[in-house]
Design a binder for this molecule. Structure first.
Ligand SMILES: C[S@@+](CC[C@H](N)C(=O)[O-])C[C@H]1O[C@@H](n2cnc3c(N)ncnc32)[C@H](O)[C@@H]1O
Length: 227
């Protein structure tokens, strides 16, 4: 059973990762390193914030930045800012006139994110919307279309987020959804959040409007491309 083999992520004693530590460290050593501000934000989050394991970390951060560049995205939407780590990873990969809208419900977390976003040379690309993400996204003008969406908030709403953002995604646009392996619990769901992730994964797989691939990066990343 996967869960018996879990371990902490490098530099993060809280996450039950599904990839063997040494393999993940090797992957990280062979990926483009993060900048100083991102390293500082990671440390700050681990020292001062509750549930620091929610931060995606350097390996997945490098993947997101890579995907944003690869897709040539100009407009990115993020659901679940936390302290701003993933938003900063993606903003760095956007062109100068690119824009990233990120949604966060918790004012304290949003405040920390804003303080780091202000210090980044890419901070001007980021707009943080405080409040429940479903409301924030629904309020965006219908004509606003995104090239890339990162879903990383409450699992119970994953299907709702997906259905809300899909009409706002350009054809050929990509959704990346985080935690789709849920520390391996998708194999034996017990809690409501486990079942929510399983439901989301089935929902995507059955959706003929998209093509998809699930990657075992960190806690599982589902890549979904709109046809
Ligand atoms: C896993 S964390 C995001 C981590 C972030 N993407 C990163 O890697 O730096 C999830 C965040 O979603 C926020 N959240 C939960 N429910 C939400 C909602 N309904 N609307 C907006 N944000 C929500 C939480 O407060 C939390 O900060």
């Amino acid at each position: 059973m996967l869960l018996n083999k879990t371990h902490s992520e490098p530099g993060n004693p809280y996450v039950k990762a599904i990839i063997p530590r040494k393999v993940e460290e090797y992957c990280l050593r062979h990926s483009t390193p993060r900048n100083k501000l991102l390293r500082e934000l990671e440390k700050y989050t681990q020292r001062h914030c509750e549930s620091p394991q929610m931060l995606i970390g350097p390996h997945e951060g490098a993947l997101l930045a890579f995907l944003v560049r690869l897709t040539g995205a100009r407009r990115v939407l993020e659901i679940g800012t936390f302290t701003g780590y993933s938003a900063l990873c993606m903003a760095e990969a956007l062109p100068k006139n690119g824009q990233l809208v990120t949604c966060e419900i918790n004012p304290e977390r949003a405040e920390i994110a804003r303080s780091f976003i202000k210090r980044s040379p890419h901070g001007h690309k980021i707009k943080l919307l405080l409040g429940p993400a479903l409301e924030s996204v629904t309020k965006l003008p219908r004509a606003t279309k995104f090239d890339f969406v990162f879903i990383d908030a409450d699992k119970e709403n994953y299907v709702n987020y997906y259905e809300t953002v899909l009409p706002r995604l350009k054809p050929g646009g990509v959704i990346a959804a985080d935690n789709v392996l849920w520390s391996g619990r998708v194999l034996a769901p017990k809690k409501e959040s486990d079942r929510a992730v399983v439901k989301f994964n089935k929902h995507v797989r059955r959706d003929t409007r998209v093509e998809c691939v699930m990657l075992p990066v960190r806690d599982g990343v589902y890549l979904v491309r709109k046809r």
